[in-house]
Design a protein around this ligand. Structure first.
Ligand SMILES: NC(=O)C1=CN([C@@H]2O[C@H](COP(=O)(O)OP(=O)(O)OC[C@H]3O[C@@H](n4cnc5c(N)ncnc54)[C@H](OP(=O)(O)O)[C@@H]3O)[C@@H](O)[C@H]2O)C=CC1
Ligand SMILES: O=C(O)C(=O)[C@@H](O)[C@H](O)C(=O)CO
Length: 274
């Protein structure tokens, strides 16, 4: 169990990735994303999750250059967007992301959504980038069991990560099982249900532990072995979300959170979105 915000999990290729990172979807490019990353790094965050779709890779790159932390102490994830899928288009999109970020090497590059008919070729481009040393690890996002099985039957490098919508109302147990069996690390997007934290059990547990509902969820992520990337541009919330390493939920309370699962999504459903 990680004990510090910079503690890492070892991915299936030996690369180490922090358990907790900063998500920056909807953080505006420029001052907002730069300030959020600087505040986060000061608190101890070492992982940043962006995507070409977030239109803030330039700000993320600037924040990294200006934050005073060595590049090799930071872990940067970005993703290839749906319109750029296919082998050649993905290689081109990667160069644009790499240039905007101002980085030679990206730590983790993900297929953002499994675009039907294209994701296998897209992933082949990621395998090339991995072999070339342009990325330290490759993976997927929003892959459900059918797409993951199809990819596993057609790839040479097993994805290191599957980044999926994951929170108390959506735990996708059979997808979790498949990822664990295959050595694919799960990573939770929208872990805080996009701010919809008004759930009676979470409030009850927050009172019991003297924590906030957000902290209860993020701690539960860690205890379930799921990496997590809460987004905030608010310094007090960045600190709150990071203060989850020095206490624990009882297994009974963690199981009560598991039982909230009702298959509810706050983001798009991969079955219909692509
Ligand atoms: N792969 C994919 O398809 C997807 C990936 N993601 C990734 O996951 C990250 C996180 O998901 P996201 O959808 O942003 O949503 P989150 O579940 O992280 O929730 C973010 C919202 O919660 C608020 N918030 C943050 N901390 C607290 C707190 N302690 N108490 C109360 N409210 C809080 C934020 O407000 P404020 O910022 O104003 O503080 C913001 O409105 C994204 O930023 C992105 O990196 C997200 C969606 C899809
Ligand atoms: O944030 C992401 O990474 C996403 O893919 C989502 O924002 C998703 O594309 C969406 O909600 C689009 O409306």
């Amino acid at each position: 169990m990680p004990k510090h915000i910079a503690d890492t999990a070892t991915l299936n290729n030996g690369v180490r990735m922090p358990w907790l990172g900063l998500g920056v979807w909807q953080a505006q490019d420029g001052e907002q994303v730069v300030n959020a990353i600087h505040a986060a790094v000061e608190i101890g965050y070492r992982s940043i999750d962006t995507a070409s779709f977030y239109h803030n890779e330039e700000g993320v790159g600037r924040a990294i250059r200006e934050c005073g932390i060595n590049r090799d102490e930071l872990f940067v994830t970005t993703k290839v967007w749906n319109d750029d899928q296919g082998y050649d288009a993905t290689l081109k999109a990667f160069e644009i992301s790499r240039s905007k970020l101002g980085l030679d090497v990206i730590d983790l590059y993900l297929v953002h959504w499994p675009v039907t008919g294209k994701f296998v070729d897209t992933y082949r481009a990621l395998e090339k980038l991995y072999r070339d040393g342009s990325v330290r690890a490759i993976g997927v996002s929003n892959f459900l069991e059918p797409q993951l099985k199809e990819l596993l039957a057609n790839c040479e490098v097993v994805p290191a990560v599957n980044q999926i919508e994951f929170h108390p109302l959506l735990t996708q147990p059979s997808l979790q099982t498949l990822c664990r069996e295959k050595g694919i690390q799960l990573e939770a997007w929208s872990p805080l249900m996009q701010g919809n934290l008004d759930q009676p059990l979470l409030t009850e547990l927050a009172d019991k532990y003297g924590k906030s509902p957000a902290q209860i969820i993020l701690r539960w992520d860690l205890q379930r072995g799921v990496m997590t990337i809460p987004k905030s541009v608010t310094p007090s919330r960045l600190a709150e979300n990071a203060a989850i390493f020095d206490w624990a939920l009882t297994e009974e309370d963690a199981a009560a959170i598991d039982a909230l699962d009702e298959g509810r999504r706050f983001g798009p459903d991969p079955l219909t979105f692509v």
